[in-house]
Structures are given as structure tokens and as C-alpha cells.
Design a protein around this ligand. Sequence first.
Ligand SMILES: Cc1cc2nc3c(=O)[nH]c(=O)nc-3n(C[C@H](O)[C@H](O)[C@H](O)COP(=O)(O)OP(=O)(O)OC[C@H]3O[C@@H](n4cnc5c(N)ncnc54)[C@H](O)[C@@H]3O)c2cc1C
Length: 462
Amino acid sequence: MTLLNDRTVGLPAGLLEDLRAAVGEQHLLLDPDLLPSYEQDWTGRFSGRAGCVVRPADTAQVAAVVRACAAAGVPLVTQGGNTGLVGGGVPAGGEVVLSLRRLTALSEVDRAAGQVSAGAGVTLADLQRHVRAAGAEFGVDFAARDSATVGGMAATNAGGIRVLRYGSMRAQVLGAEAVLADGSVVTRMGGLTKDGTGYDLVQLLIGSEGTLGIVTALRLKVVPLLRSSCVALLAMGSTQAAVDLLPVLRERLPHLAAAELFHEPGVQLVRRHSGLPAPFEGDVPAYLLLECLDRTDPSEDLLELVAQADGLLDARVATDAASARALWAYREAHTEAINAEGVPVKLDVSVPAAALPGLVEQLPTVVAAVAPAARTVLFGHVNEGNLHVNVLDAVEAHDAVTEAVLQAVAQRAGSISSEHGVGRAKPAWLHLSRSTTELAAMRAVKGALDPQGLLNPGVIFA
Ligand SMILES: Cc1cc2nc3c(=O)[nH]c(=O)nc-3n(C[C@H](O)[C@H](O)[C@H](O)COP(=O)(O)OP(=O)(O)OC[C@H]3O[C@@H](n4cnc5c(N)ncnc54)[C@H](O)[C@@H]3O)c2cc1C
């Protein structure tokens, strides 16, 4: 028997039966009480009603779901851990939500190749545990590790805190399996690091945000597990001083694995919600958190650099795991502390490194011009010129704030989305980062692979 409700009445007759046949009764979710966690994003900024939620167990079931939706002409929204910050994984209204969290297979780590295969629904934390048990490490890391899935990370080309050492998700993916919009399956899991046989379909899927195909498995690179670490939190005289230190860091610290920038308003929020003590006496113009990872203790090099850094006001250095975690908490707790204050306008941008200090200085003024009561909190991955712009108390001025910030970024030849994607949040501003010719080529690719426009409609393109 099919239980109909006000969500499902819009779905064509027969589709629910086909979906039930594809994934089984238990994994076709129709009960309105079970759907809300799939219908709203992590920040509470994006929500929409799902026609239903399906939870396939493997690639064959994903393909059967896609074939059923394609035959019925019903759009799909693919969802992994639902930690994305641009609304790409939540329905706009009436779509079938395809949750990939049950695709959790992991292969043994192939030590000869330095690779591992993972189902799209494997969380980053589970992948880390798995490869560490085999004496290896995964090159991408960020705070949403307990929920974010490798499929979602590939689809958004996630970056995080280790990009300066290992690159973003794109650099870790050596193969993929994906279901295309007609339900056909492309399998390219061989993991060849050299392959000159024409268009790279695997890389085309990276950063495509579920609009070109549904990733069901990935062949991923692993990197050496480096157990010796040293973390330093630097109080800098200015953002400019932090940016000026970058070439010195790259030259003198070959084992540098993270360089994170944040500011006093963010630290105040983190302290309010976590109870952490002040890291230094008095207000600090710019905080720079550095982490070195190596086989042997990297403390000496880091301490030497810290002692000689221009623009340094004060520093704290941690050489044991507990005090390193305590210093990282000032940075990693930013997103949750901001969310605890209310729903922010949330933008993730990047500019050339030299332009970063000017942008940091200008943004509060740019925001205040359109939202005078707003509080602007900035933090980010300084080596990539990547700034996470969070504006609190400005939800009613969402579009005006977005426009003002993204125009300031575009004026500095920056990107309107550095690592979170375009999603449903930024299609209206995509032209600020992509030329008319590029947009036409991107639409042509989308039209060729998904002619009915069934995969994540409204994501990337309005
Ligand atoms: C506290 C916090 C910190 C974060 N820090 C960072 C950070 O430092 N760096 C960073 O890059 N991101 C960060 N993020 C954003 C987010 O975690 C990443 O974008 C992550 O890659 C999303 O993974 P997910 O499985 O949650 O994907 P979802 O949110 O479920 O989906 C994201 C997008 O990918 C698509 N998608 C998901 N799975 C698949 C699949 N298998 N095939 C095709 N398309 C798919 C969805 O349709 C959607 O468009 C952070 C988020 C939070 C909440």
C-alpha cells in the first residue's frame, strides 16, 4: 500500500512503486516526520519539501532510481552528509531526494599504488580512521568531517585546512563511478595516475555539484601518515603582516600543513559559545594559526620562524596533541559559534593573496553600507586567499549583502565561490566569476549530459 501525503501527490502515478522496487519499502521515506532532516541544510538557510527520500544501498539501486525518475520526468536532488553550505543538496520543492549515505563500502588500502576505494556515502572521519589504521592519511580535512561524505566532497571540490600541502579534493580523486542522468553507469576506478585518452570525465564530475552525474564511488589517493606535529597560534599586528609572512612560510617550512587566518570578532564569538579563555592579553588585529606535520619533530623550524616573524605581537606554540587541539579550537569552532548566534549570510570567496588585506579591511564597511546593524566575521585559509565571510543580523538584507561582498571580490579578480560551490545560493552572481563564453560552454556540457535537466535543477545555473 502507498501512503500518500501532500508531498507525494505531485509525483506521477507509478513512480513510488518503481522507487519502492528499486530500494525496498524500508528505504523509501514518505512519512513527513522522517523527512525534515533531508529538507533543510545545516545552517537553516535553505529548505524545501521533498516529494520523497530514497536511500539506495549500491550503484545498481542508484541507477534504478535514476531510470525511474528519468522515465517519469521527475527531478532528483542528490544528498550526502547535508553539510554543504550553499543549499545544493536540499530540495527546492517536490524533487526526489537521493540520499547516498548507505554507500559505505571501503576497500583495503592499496599500499603499492597509495590508493583506496570508497563508496560515495563514506564520511570523511570514517575514511580517515580507515586509512590511518593502514598507516596512511587522507589529504583533505575540515571541521565537518563527522558528517560530510566523500561523494559530497568530490561534488563540491571541497578544500579545507590542508590544501596548501595536498591540494583540494580534485587532487585526491584518481577515479570514480557515477550514474548519469539516463541511469547509465560510468565506471573508471582503475586509479591510473597517467591516462591521456581524451576527455577526463572523472575530473568533469569534480565540482559539478550533482548536476552532471551521481558519484557512487571514488578511487582516492592516500598520503603518508605524519605523526609529529607542531601548532602555533600567532598574534599578528595586521592581516597584511600575516599575508607578508606567506612566502617566508613556504620557503622555510616545507612541512607546513595549514595556515589559517581569523580575527578578533570571530574569537570573541568562539569564546562566548565554547568558554575558551582569551588566547592572548587584549585584542589582536589578526590571528594566524600554523601547523607543521612531519615524520620527525618539526617544532624547531617552526619556533625559529616564529621568533623572527615580522609583525608578530605574541605567540603560543603547542607540541603535544591536547594543547594543539586547544589552539585549533579557536579556528575550528568558528562555524558552529556563528550558527549559534543566528542564521548568517554566509559567503565563501577567494582573491589573489596580495589583495586579501585590502578585502579584509574593506568588507565591514561594504557590509555596513547595506546592513548597518550587521556583524561581519571573517576567517579562512590564508595561503589560498580564501575568506569565509559570515554576516550576522543581516538576513533581511541577504541579497544586498551578497551583492556588495561579491562585487568587492570581483573587483579584485577573485572567485565568488572558493570551496563551497555555487549551489542554489549563488547562480545569480556566477557571471562575476565566469565569462559569457565560459557560461555557454558550461551550459552546453550540462545540456549534453542531462538533456531533461533532472539532476539538481537550480544548482549552479538559475
Ligand atoms: C562546520 C563546517 C565546516 C566546513 N568546512 C569546510 C571547509 O573547510 N572546506 C570545504 O570545502 N567545505 C567545508 N564545509 C562545507 C561542506 O562540508 C562541504 O561542502 C562538503 O564537501 C559537503 O559534503 P556532504 O556530503 O555534506 O554534501 P551535501 O551537503 O550532501 O551535498 C553538497 C553538494 O554535493 C552534491 N552531492 C552530494 N553527494 C553527491 C554525490 N555522491 N554525487 C554527486 N553529487 C553529490 C549535492 O547535490 C550538493 O550539491 C564545511 C561545512 C560545515 C558544516
